[in-house]
Design a protein around this ligand. Structure first.
Ligand code: NAI
Ligand code: SF4
Length: 432
């Protein structure tokens, strides 16, 4: 029987409570009740509930979480690790850091349950190094949980032991890629590893490892308490559950909005107070700059893992960046491409060289020195990066360019034509 009402807010329900981050508030509001239930069940039963719930990874890729957990070997020949990817770095994405600031114990409770289910006795939370306030808050919450007997040896008399280490990254976007994150955690330069082997076969210190996003793991205590059926009442059949959409840009009230998966931008704009100063929408991203952009024609696209793909993009991190008519598309695309060039780890040639050349061409265009042929050159370079790069960063880097030209080619063309006019030599008087 469900103990939680099957409507949102779920993940954000404690965020506005006084001192929501403290263990006292957490315990008063049903906190650490799910872990008691979980420790009374078997690890296999927990994995099955998560599978039945249909929970899919909230880091961007949407991989089924229960299935991922089931890849962990049942024996304990080597130590098992759970690693939380809290290196939230995708442009526009701001859901995991607010979650850890407002409700860190929901993540910790999720870590205990997930670790128990995967027979892990050491969990790492890898947080991007810039958010020192968040790292402090997590460390405080881990200390509170340990003092209360939720971490350490023989948790709640169950015989299960778990330690959590909060690890600060050093500010590289690529360390959000799970295998680069593992390299970084081992003390090496963060660069993606070849997959397979996937982390469940050889992850941290070559031992079985599961890497999960913050929001994914924070959803787990609610699933244990509410049940798989309750969770499936939200969202869509293939993308069940609630989701935190982070909305930024030209809206009246930017921020985090929790809604069932499948919510449309039209509905999200209503929640966020509409377009700022009533200036009409021009373009937007469904899930960060790595996801192909949408336009005002896509207001009713259901923002779930299938709906976004059917409409020509991907859901990504549900970082909804909204731009009004005052914004130049080539300029925005150039800014994103500069970011990818800066963050490319340099391991593979298509991404390392491609992002360099794409940036050069876009900067030239925006500076008023581009030619019409540059548009085709941009698309040609994109074709040589997409699908030929070692990790998802390369594919993500070309998304804004390809989609920007697809929907706003005229704007790129106008920039170049203006340049052609500027450079045209004045006709000589009397020449024929
Ligand atoms: P992916 O689809 O390669 O993998 C997703 C997860 O499923 C990984 O944990 C992977 O190990 C697992 N997996 C996939 N296939 C598997 C198999 N056959 N066997 C076992 N495990 C398997 O996607 P990836 O590269 O991990 O993530 C890409 C997404 O990350 C993008 O869609 C983007 O939206 C998102 N992203 C998020 C950022 C953030 O700040 N949260 C930053 C940048 C990108
Ligand atoms: Fe590094 Fe880019 Fe290649 Fe990924 S695609 S491995 S970030 S160079």
């Amino acid at each position: 029987m469900s103990t939680v009402d099957p409507v949102t807010p779920v993940l954000t329900k404690r965020w506005l409570s006084p001192r929501s981050w403290s263990i006292q508030t957490y315990e008063q509001l049903e906190g650490y009740t799910a872990v008691r239930k979980a420790l009374a069940a078997t690890p296999e039963q927990i994995v099955q509930v998560v599978k039945d719930s249909g929970l899919r990874g909230r880091g961007g890729a949407g991989f089924p979480s229960g299935l991922k957990w089931s890849f962990m070997p049942p024996n304990e020949d080597k130590p098992h690790y759970l690693v939380i990817n809290a290196d939230e770095g995708e442009p526009g994405t701001c859901k995991d850091i607010p979650l850890m600031m407002a409700d860190p114990h929901s993540l910790i409770e999720g870590c205990i349950i997930a670790s128990y289910a995967m027979r892990s006795h050491h969990c790492f939370i890898y947080v991007r190094g810039e958010v020192i306030h968040c790292i402090r808050r997590l460390n405080q919450a881990v200390a509170e949980a340990k003092a209360a007997g939720y971490l350490g040896k023989d948790i709640l008399g169950s015989g299960f032991d778990l330690e959590i280490t909060v690890h600060a990254g050093a500010g590289a976007y690529i360390c959000g890629e799970e295998t680069a994150l593992l390299d970084s955690l081992e003390g090496r330069r963060g660069q993606p590893r070849l997959k397979p082997p996937f982390p469940a076969a050889a992850g941290l210190y070559a031992a079985p490892t599961t890497v999960n996003n913050v929001e994914t793991i924070a959803s787990v205590p609610f699933i244990i308490n509410g049940g798989a059926e309750w969770f499936r009442k939200m969202g869509t059949e293939k993308s069940p559950g609630p989701k935190i959409y982070s909305i930024s840009g030209h809206v009246e009230k930017p921020g985090q909005y929790e809604a069932p998966l499948g919510t449309t931008l039209r509905q999200l704009l209503d929640m966020a107070g509409g377009m700022k100063d009533g200036i009409p929408l021009k373009f937007w991203t469904p899930g960060g700059s790595s996801t192909p952009m949408f336009t005002a024609e896509h207001l009713d696209v259901p923002l779930d893992f299938e709906g976004a793909v059917e409409a020509g993009s991907i859901l990504g991190t549900t970082a909804v960046m909204v731009f009004n008519e005052t914004v130049s598309v080539p300029w925005a695309v150039m800014k994103w491409t500069q970011f990818y060039k800066h963050e490319s780890c340099g391991k593979c040639t298509p991404c390392r060289e491609g992002t360099y050349w794409l940036t050069q061409i876009l900067e030239r265009m925006v500076d008023g020195n581009g030619t019409e042929e540059d548009i085709d050159t941009l698309l040609d370079v994109c074709d040589n990066v997409l699908g030929r790069s070692f990790c998802a960063l390369g594919d993500g880097a070309v998304s804004p360019i390809q989609s920007g030209i697809k929907y706003f080619r005229d704007e790129f063309l106008a920039l170049c034509q203006k340049n052609r006019e500027k450079n045209r030599k004045p006709a000589l008087a009397g020449a024929n």
